[in-house]
Design a protein around this ligand. Structure first.
Ligand code: ADP
Ligand code: MG
Length: 238
């Protein structure tokens, strides 16, 4: 579960069309990375998929169901942002439990999922701490933990590592890739970092000014970039 399809999707803010008609399919279980310079529409696309913005026209479907008819909370998607947005007064355990509590999941099941997420993210020893007592990397792991326990059909990451220092970013990149292998869940990962795109993606979607320039595996983009923009972005001469 987790096939995401965009058909003729457009988005305008006022008179400005930031996404001209766009078509894209992300397969179930795929790790798709959206790359492109700042302002090219990466976050907007993610927010459209999540339902945090309405499409101006076109359709988005998730596993064949038209998502545009489904409220954000019911789309089965979990979003992880650059800023962690944790509750400072709650322990790590309570932060992770919060979305499950809201969804009415019973406590035994909550605890089971928390233990599993904490184990996967190396947070077992930190469950009773408050976010203020954690490092940036640990806080971002808690945010990911909070997404995992919802057992989403797909994860949407919007530059989740850009607030972390370089050394931590490398470790977290590996952790997210491992998580993807373990959960086999669709992930869409937005970044402006070529290295993240090349090392993490099954499929890279290169965007410029709301337009998809090229879609392909890291190797395809590296070996046969379709134009100098893609070549420049991926870092290979053409
Ligand atoms: P990226 O995430 O790739 O940096 P965004 O999706 O945030 O790009 O933005 C794409 C374009 O849409 C930019 O020109 C931005 O200024 C514009 N934009 C994004 N959100 C809004 C908004 N709520 N109102 C008006 N313009 C917006
Ligand atoms: Mg953005």
């Amino acid at each position: 579960m987790g096939r995401i399809q965009l058909e003729n999707v457009t988005k305008s803010f006022g008179n400005v069309e930031v996404i001209p008609p766009l078509n894209l399919t992300i397969e179930d279980g795929e790790f798709a990375v959206f790359v492109g310079p700042s302002g090219c529409g990466k976050s907007t696309l993610l927010r459209l998929i999540a339902g945090l913005e309405d499409v101006t026209s076109g359709t988005i479907s998730i596993d064949g169901t038209e998502a545009t008819q489904v409220p954000p909370a019911k789309r089965g998607l979990a979003m992880v942002f650059q800023s962690y947005a944790l509750y400072p007064h709650m322990s790590v355990r309570k932060n992770i439990a919060f979305p499950m509590k809201m969804a009415g999941i019973d406590e035994a099941e909550q605890n089971k999922r928390i233990e599993a997420a904490a184990k996967a993210l190396n947070l077992t020893d930190y469950l009773d701490r408050k976010p203020g007592q954690l490092s940036g990397g640990q806080r971002q792991r808690v945010a990911i933990g909070r997404a995992i326990v919802r057992e989403p059909a797909a994860f949407l990451f919007d530059e989740p590592l850009s607030n972390l220092d370089a050394a931590l970013r490398v470790g977290m990149r590996l952790e997210i890739s491992e998580l993807h292998e373990r959960l086999e869940t669709t992930m869409i990962y937005v970044t402006h970092d070529q290295v993240e795109a090349m090392t993490m993606a099954d499929k890279i979607v290169v965007l410029r000014a709301g337009v998809i320039e090229q879609v392909g595996s890291p190797l395809e983009l590296y070996n046969s970039p379709c134009n100098t923009f893609v070549a420049g972005f991926i870092g290979s001469p053409k």
